[in-house]
Design a protein around this ligand. Structure first.
Ligand code: CP
Ligand code: NVA
Length: 310
């Protein structure tokens, strides 16, 4: 799909069902090539700057390793070490980096920062997580669901817990891909209202349910998804959140309401015995490490499509 070349990847809102399908299929193809040991270097000589204003294990390593495998290289830019920390503007940073690089990946707080960077950069900008969305995670998640379930449309996904960046992203992705989604979150911790409205606007073949009842959400689910109760930047709220979310743990009692062959997913990092019990996290329904591996393949597909000569 030539329309992907040169584009930013800030949210799945901007991508069509066909484009998302294309990226998932390309990810599966690249995974197969990788497993066969076939070298494929469409990004030879290209560089990706990776700005991190929050910590990361998966995103950093999968982007950096992915760039190398595609023939290019990733440059890790912690904001602690670059001039942004001393007040250089996002706009100036975007213009300067555009002169050196072929793409920028950024993990930060507000979605507006990513948008500002993209507005001033002349190269593709990729959202590596904001408080609002985590679209790269979703590419890997959709790839994983398709690998295990053989399809996307027609499935039911239940998300239990905080209405955070993962909940927002899952809603948009589900709506675009024809997956029914139920979100169970406590009052005051519901997903972003604008994301709910956007998801509803896209959802022609999928139902979206927002509830405070985890059992209702999990009933007949094919996929159960959860995430941490306190996201990066919310560390101080940990104690209060532990109380608020106490009834939103994914445990054996809750998963009994799902389909027998349900899969358990989590973007990681996970806190066992908080949002999920070790029994479920490490049990036979869990696909969390297949999911984390797919970050590599999905992002290789994304970078190839946005930055390569396909
Ligand atoms: N899932 C995810 O984005 O993990 P990291 O925070 O380790 O990058
Ligand atoms: N909601 C989590 C996701 C981490 C990948 C956070 O933002 O910290």
């Amino acid at each position: 799909i030539s329309q992907l070349k040169g584009r930013d990847f800030l949210t799945l809102v901007d991508f069509s069902t066909e484009e998302i399908d294309y990226l998932i299929d390309l990810a599966s193809y690249l995974k197969e090539q990788c497993e066969k040991g076939i070298v494929y270097e469409p990004l030879k000589g290209k560089t990706l700057g990776m700005i991190f204003e929050k910590p990361s294990t998966r995103t950093r390593v999968s982007f950096e390793a992915g760039m190398y495998q595609l023939g290019g290289m990733g440059i890790f830019l912690s904001t602690k070490d670059i001039q942004m920390e001393r007040g250089e503007s996002i706009a100036d940073t975007a213009k300067v980096l555009s002169g050196y690089l072929d793409g920028i990946m950024i993990r930060t707080f507000s979605q507006e920062r990513v948008e500002e960077l993209a507005e001033h950069a002349t190269i593709p900008v990729i959202n590596g997580l904001t408080d609002l969305y985590h679209p790269c995670q979703l590419l890997a998640d959709l790839q994983t669901i398709k690998e295990v379930k053989g399809k996307l449309a027609g499935l039911k996904l239940a998300y239990i817990g905080d209405g955070n960046n993962m909940a927002n992203s899952l809603m948009i992705a589900a709506a675009k891909m024809g997956i029914d989604i139920s979100i169970a979150a406590p009052k005051g911790y519901l997903p972003n209202q604008d994301a709910i409205e956007k998801a509803n606007a896209f959802a022609c073949d999928s139902d979206i349910l927002i509830t405070e009842d985890p059992i209702k959400a999990v009933k007949e689910a094919d996929i159960i998804y959860t995430d941490v109760w306190a996201s990066m930047g919310q560390e101080k709220e940990q104690a209060i959140r532990q109380k608020v979310f106490a009834n939103f743990q994914v445990n054996q009692e809750l998963v009994n309401y799902a389909k027998e062959d349900f899969i358990f997913m989590h973007c990681l990092p996970a806190h066992r015995e908080e949002e999920v019990t070790a029994e479920i996290m490490d049990g036979k329904h869990s696909v969390v490490f297949q999911e984390s591996e797919n970050r590599l393949h999905a992002q290789k597909a994304l970078m190839t499509a946005l930055m390569g000569e396909l």
